[in-house]
Design a protein around this ligand. Structure first.
Ligand code: PRP
Ligand code: URA
Length: 214
């Protein structure tokens, strides 16, 4: 059966992304490599996710003459990792966008109800021309992602994108239902969730694999 189509979802299936994701999924990949791969994947995805950012002309003196070049317009872009696992994506993106601000949203998924539990929120001021990239390797039921966008919007943010590595159809649908104007970018759209809300085939518990807990 072909994978479902979602109008809010872009799957970034560049060969390098697929290659690194295959290693990430492997249960024998050690913590050190897993952490590095999450950062590398986030970095590779950034190229596509930022493709339509607005630019503006700037006057530059090259060593030879004055010229007009272009720079990204607007306020400093802000990365918003969902704690904990989203932290694993920050460094890779920051290497490409060193001036990015970083906000934090603390959410964990209750292990029985699978509902998001909020414990922290601190993001830079949400001026209208500031872009926010919410980061979380996993979009499973979508509860955490939907809650993070809701909180960010309540703080005034309007320009929001959601970046994950592995998405489940249920999570993408939940985002479409709750926040239809927020684009979702993923390295893969997986098959389904199991009865505990884990993504199949997935990669297991992203936070545990990044931080070596369990
Ligand atoms: C994981 C993951 C997402 C969430 C996804 O975090 O990093 O935040 O689950 O599931 P959902 O789409 O069903 O909400 P977890 O709650 O395990 O917390 P952690 O990052 O602190 O390990
Ligand atoms: N959170 C994870 O870390 N992995 C899953 O498969 C689902 C939620």
């Amino acid at each position: 059966m072909p994978p479902p189509h979602f109008s809010n979802l872009t799957v970034l299936d560049h060969p390098l992304i697929q290659h690194k994701l295959a290693i990430l999924r492997d249960k024998s990949t050690p913590v050190k490599d897993f952490k590095q791969l999450v950062n590398e994947l986030a970095m590779l995805m950034t190229y596509e996710v930022t493709r339509d950012l607005a630019t503006e002309p700037v006057e530059i003196d090259t060593p030879l003459e004055r010229t007009t070049a272009r720079k990204v317009a607007g306020k400093k872009l802000t990365l918003v990792p969902i704690l904990r696992a989203g932290l694993g994506m920050v460094e890779g993106i920051s290497q490409l966008i060193p001036s990015a601000r970083v906000g934090h949203v603390g959410l964990f998924r209750h292990h029985v109800t699978l509902k998001p539990v909020s414990y922290y929120f601190k993001v830079p001021a949400a001026e209208t021309d500031r872009d926010f990239f919410i980061l979380d390797p996993m979009l499973a039921t979508g509860g955490s992602a939907v809650a993070a966008v809701t909180k960010l919007q309540a703080s005034g943010a309007t320009r929001i994108r959601f970046l994950c590595l592995v998405a489940a159809p249920a999570g993408v649908q939940a985002m479409l239902d709750a926040h239809p104007t927020v684009p979702v970018f993923a390295a893969a759209l997986d098959r389904e969730l199991n009865s505990q809300g884990y993504i199949l085939p997935g990669l297991g518990d992203a936070g545990d694999r990044i931080f070596g807990t369990r």
